[in-house]
Design a protein around this ligand. Sequence first.
Ligand code: SF4
Length: 446
Amino acid sequence: MGKQTPDVVIGTVWRNNSDMGTPQSLPILLPTVGGQRWSCHSCGDCCRSLVVHLTADDRERIDAGDWASRLGVAPYLSVKRSWVLNKRSDGACVFLDEQGLCAIHVRSGETAKPLACRMFPFSVRAVADGWQASIRFDCPSVVRSEGEPLDRSTIAIGEVASLLPHRAGRNARLPFLKARVRATEDELTMLTDRLARWLGDRSVAWNDRITVAARLTTTLEYGRIRKVRGRRLAELVQLLLGALPKECGSPPPAPTDKQRGMLRQFAFACSEYTSLDEFRSGAVAKVFIRVAQMRKAEAFRRGDGTVPALPGFSKVVTFDAVESVQPARRDRESIEDLLTRYAVARLESRSVFGAGYYGWPVFRGLGALWLTLAAIGWFARYVACSANRDSLQFADVARAVGIADRAATRLPALGTLAERARLAYLMNDDGLARVIGAYVLVEQAP
Ligand code: SF4
């Protein structure tokens, strides 16, 4: 992977809502993650795993296609003041045909599909000066970086974004760096650019890159930086990036039992996406689901005995077996490439802080990104264990990145005060570096 470059404008679309009187050109800001590629390979993963919310226009197009009588079932359902595509009992979208293709696409073309399906695996967020696009790593083709260079997708993203109302609202406000310290645009650009370049620096071992990034973030969060702003903040970051690697000669200390338990609970929280059945469940069923979730979360905190089954997995494994899985040796290069692409894509699309991450301040949001990478380390071990492997392979890490990214920025539970408190605890006592060190994904290069 080459040198990382910051967001650049690589396409424009026309503002769709006419409240400004005349149409305005709006740029699409797409992260330029070095080497990242994507094309749809029609694997059908997204058609099976996602709950697709519909716009009024989506429903009108579906109604006009007379799909209710063609399919023999309701094509969409009303859930919680929203409308979602219906699913079959096996969890697949009712439009997924026997050839694994979208029936709407086959019959009426790509533009007839619901907006969310056309947009996947991209998402867009209205910002002051256009649309901030980001790419999702819960698509297998994104994880494996297969297909066309990313910038070829800009026109398609623009076409879909132009159908959405552009309301930047609070997204237009710059986030806080930390409590009561509002960031400037130059500071955000400096931080994301320097961290992206640091994470892409192959001359440094991956485990050290991520450990340094976590310690840098903790130092900035707890340091007195109120008067260290602008150019001085850039100098401090540069100074820390020069000094912190010297501390990486030996691995971080092992995490305490409490830190390890918190990491497992965070991993569990990331795995808890809401299925369509849960969306539709009544008040009593919801109480039972909530109680079951709390029991599972407690089991993850304790970390002994059997791991409560996670969605999509059926094999019974123990917490001890998960802990015993060794980091990858053989697939080291491809795993480092994937982790770098993932972290850089999150940074450059700014889906780590402010409006891109539950409104969190910058340093807390960065801390959550490093914690997510540690959770990926736990998930990958769980995946390997479920496949009877005692050391990690690329496929394990790929699946783990998909699980974690599906939740990050999209699962409301991850943005709560309880999660901020968990992160605050883990940012103390070198906790982030310690849990990252406990769940490294690749063996340190000799
Ligand atoms: S998960 Fe990705 S590759 Fe698979 S069908 Fe969806 S967009 Fe295409």
